[in-house]
Structures are given as C-alpha cells and as structure tokens.
Design a protein around this ligand. Structure first.
Ligand code: ATP
Ligand code: MG
Length: 476
C-alpha cells in the first residue's frame, strides 16, 4: 500500500473538513467489518482548502451489506444506483453516497460502462478514476492513500489521467469535458499527454449525450478560473462549441479593445458573477462579431448589428445543448441588449426595463454584463464600469417611484380605456402603449385621472375621414 503525503498539514485539512455524518458512516461500515474510505472530490477539495460539497464513500461492502449495516446504525437508505453498487445513506439529514469498490467494464457507447465488476481493493477502485487528483482516498485513522501521485499533481496544479489518457478518453469521452471543467474550477492545466489525447480525440464527444455535455459546460463556464481555462482548452471545446473558432484570433481594430474576441470574451466571463445565466451571456455576447465585422477606410473595425448575430448563434447553441428554457430566454435577452445605450436617467432606465419585459433581475444582470464588458476592454474604458453601477442605483429609484415601465404597471387598464370610448381591439393596446411611453418619459404622471385625460386627448380624436376613433402614436 502506497501511503504517502501523510504530512500533518494535509491530514489536518482533511480531518477538519470531514463532516461528522461521513465519519459516522465510515465507522459504522468498518465496525460491520468492511474497509471504507472517503474518495473523489471531497479529498481533492479538502486538500486544496476549497469548500467541500458532498462526501463520497467507497467500501468493500457489497451494496446490500452496506445498506443493512447503515440501516442498522439508524440511517435512512435509498437504492440510488445499485446496478453500479451505489446506495445513498441519509445520516443526520446529510445524503452520503456509498459505493462498493468496483472497476468499470467496457464502455460500448463511450458513456456508460456496460457492466461493472466489484473488486476487493481500494487501489483497484482508485485505478478506474479519471484523474490522479480524483484518485485519492482518505480515512480518518489510516490517513491518505495516493497510489498515482495525486498529491503532487494537486500541488503542481496538473490534471493527469490515471493511466493512458488515450485509452481513458476512449472508454468514456465525457472525461475530455471533465478535464476542461476541472481546469476552469480548479485553475489546473492538463498535462501534455492528457491535452494531446483530448485534442486528438475530441470527436469522441459526438457519443456523449447533450444533457451530460450541457452539465459539464455549465460547470466550465461557472469556474473561478474560466479565463485561463477557456484560452487553454479552446481547441478541445471547439468540438461542442464550434462558435469559438471564429472568435479566436479575431482582432478588434478599435480604440476600445486590446484583445481579440476570444480573449475579450474570456475576460468578460471572468469578471461576471459565477452563475450560469451571467456566464453564458458573457460567453455568447460577442459571438456574432466576426460575422458582423468590417474595417472602415480608416482601418477601424466596426461591428454594427453584431448583437443580433450573437443572438442567432446563441439560439443555435442552446438548441443543440437542450438548455432549459428559463436560462436560454434570460441569456438571449442579455445578449440581445448588451450593447444598448442606457443613460443613468429614470427615463432611459425605464425604457431599458421595458425592453427586458419589466424584469428587474434581468436589468441587474444586464448591468453586471455591461460592467464586465467595460472592465475587459482597453483600460481607458474601465470608468464605464461605474456607469453600470449607477444604472443599478437609478433602477432602484425607478422601482421605488410611482412611474411605470410596463403596461401592467400603468394606473389604467384596458377596461378603463374602453370606458373612454375606444372600441375593443388593437386600439386599446395602442392607447395603453401610448400612455406607457408618456409615463416612461415623465410627460404624464402615472395616475388614473391624468392618464384618462391624456388618452382622451391623444387617442380619441375623431379622424376626419374615419368613423372609428383613431389612435395617434406618440412615440418620439
Ligand atoms: P465534483 O463533485 O466537485 O464535480 P467530483 O470529483 O466529486 O467533483 P463526481 O462527478 O462527483 O466528481 O465524481 C466523484 C468521483 O468519481 C470523481 O472524483 C472521480 O474519482 C470519479 N469519477 C466520476 N466520473 C468519472 C468518470 N467519468 N470517469 C472516471 N472517474 C469518474
Ligand atoms: Mg462529487
């Protein structure tokens, strides 16, 4: 048994991070006669001092035995993946995955092992794991088990495959994207062999379901080190995100930019809040630039209308990945609007809110995107980040005042409009829209009396040649 890295610092970190329900689960299994270890992300993250989210336990117990022992110790047990030897024990309200030591059989589809074989040693179980930093095991008394040098790779920040990366990616192509995701989450670099294998075998990703691809990409875009990871793995990700290819090396010949479109995008992602809507919007916002670009006679680059092309590309991307509608809609709205000019005035902010369907959360997200965008251009543009913060302040005031920025928020409704003599039909909507424009521009207060007078004066004039009342647009 290769027991290395039992330095007291490392063990102290693990000891401190191990939640007591996990410790009790291990103790119960061992008292039942079954060797058991903490494995996977918990060991890795605890050693790095990162927050730990769940603890996986590997055990010599067949799953039926693990279930029996843990139920006898008072846990609720769910049969969550018994075909692969996995049960979930709920201990003090904490779900803990317990999996029998196993090796995976062949992967005919490059995704799921066709079979698993249960084995008796933890070393064999660790050998089936994807990267050395994920192939560490920890036991509160026996310490750290590190047969593949995961500790050293953790310190060096390297993602190295356990065994031959070509074979490991062939077995399960998802590992190629897991590598990219870990690069983004941990700030690690793929070692040369893993990188070469991932690039040359990226076409295996065609076998992976879009749900699993989307899940890894969500993790990738939300990583703390996404800037470095995007630039480092673009030639791998290109197979599932072909939109990246035109962005790489596409120079922006304007006084506002110092980066090509890809690196600018990487910075905007890095400066955006680490959640999927914000990060996907950052990834997509300038995707249309290469297609919309032209160089003026003075040598300056222009990208008129690029947001619309970005929306088209992002629409295709989200369709392909089967992204949830709510995420897709929010991202597309942000991409569509990212370049809109918004002044820090209530009038301009109300109009922007209106274009976003009246959703203050989306407006805040748009401001965050604008802020990140400003921080990712030439240093001279950085002060524009402040403008984004100002816009949020103005929005808070707009939300608190009596004004409206959607038809729903008007102090009159369709019924009131019809009571003024406007016939049911499109004219009612036109009158409400005209009233909304007037309120957003602060020409009319958002009060029933004032709005009725306004509508009567502007929309109920009898056009000389028509029998119907006609509505005049008041749009400036
Ligand atoms: P996180 O939970 O933070 O995403 P993790 O490393 O715990 O990271 P999981 O997907 O929870 O990742 O998997 C737990 C462990 O199982 C991994 O650490 C790794 O050892 C192993 N593992 C998971 N997926 C694979 C895979 N596709 N191929 C090989 N080993 C895998
Ligand atoms: Mg995990």
């Amino acid at each position: 048994m290769d027991m290395t890295g039992n330095g007291s610092d490392a063990l102290g970190l693990l000891e401190a991070a191990l939640p007591s329900p996990a410790r009790r689960t291990i103790d119960a299994l061992e008292e039942g006669g079954y060797e058991s270890w903490c494995v996977g992300g918990f060991v890795r993250d605890a050693l790095m001092g990162r927050p730990v989210h769940d603890v996986d336990i590997a055990t010599a117990a067949p799953w039926q035995e693990a279930a029996r022992v843990l139920a006898a110790a008072g846990a609720r047990v769910h049969e969550t993946g018994t075909a692969h030897g996995t049960i979930t024990a709920v201990v003090d309200g904490e779900p803990i995955e317990v999996t029998t030591f196993r090796v995976d059989g062949t992967y005919r589809d490059g995704r799921h092992p066709d079979s698993v074989t249960f084995v008796s040693s933890i070393e064999d179980d660790l050998a089936r794991r994807d990267f050395t930093v994920n192939a560490l095991a920890y036991h509160p008394r026996r310490g750290l088990l590190d047969p593949f040098g995961g500790r050293g790779d953790l310190e060096a920040g390297v993602l190295r495959a356990v065994g031959d990366p070509r074979r490991r990616f062939e077995e399960d192509a998802l590992r190629i994207l897991r590598a990219c995701r870990f690069a983004s989450q941990l700030g690690f670099a793929l070692d040369e062999a893993a990188y070469q294998a991932a690039v040359s075998q990226k076409s295996l990703l065609a076998r992976v379901s879009r749900e699993r691809i989307a899940r890894e990409l969500d993790g990738f875009v939300c990583g703390d080190h996404v800037h470095d990871a995007l630039l480092a793995t673009v030639d791998i990700l290109s197979f599932v995100l072909p939109e990246l290819v035109a962005m790489r090396g596409f120079e922006q010949r304007t006084p506002y930019h110092i980066y090509d479109v890809l690196e600018h995008t990487a910075w905007v992602m890095q400066h955006s809040p680490a959640e999927p809507v914000a990060r996907w919007a950052a990834l997509c916002h300038d995707m249309g630039k290469p297609a919309a670009a032209f160089t003026g006679p003075d040598g300056v680059g222009h990208f008129y209308g690029h947001a619309a092309v970005s929306v088209a590309l992002a629409t295709g991307l989200f369709e392909r990945l089967g992204m949830p509608t709510a995420v897709r809609e929010a991202v597309l709205a942000l991409v569509r609007r990212h370049d809109d000019v918004i002044e820090p005035t209530p009038r301009s902010v109300r109009r922007a809110l209106n274009r976003l369907g009246g959703d203050p959360g989306l407006f805040r997200a748009l401001c965050a995107l604008k802020r990140a965008d400003a921080l990712s251009q030439a240093p001279r543009c950085a002060p524009r980040a402040q403008l984004a913060d100002e816009l949020v302040e103005v929005m808070e005031r707009v939300l608190a005042d009596e004004g409206a920025f959607t038809v729903r928020g008007l102090a009159v409704d369709g019924r009131a409009v019809m009571a003024l003599g406007i016939p049911q039909g499109p004219a009612v909507g036109d009158a409400l829209q005209a009233a909304l424009e007037a309120v957003m521009d602060e020409r009319v207060p958002n009060e029933p009396k004032a709005l009725e007078t306004f509508i009567r004066e502007t929309c109920c004039e009898q056009a000389p040649s028509s029998k119907e009342p006609s509505c005049r647009s008041t749009t400036p």
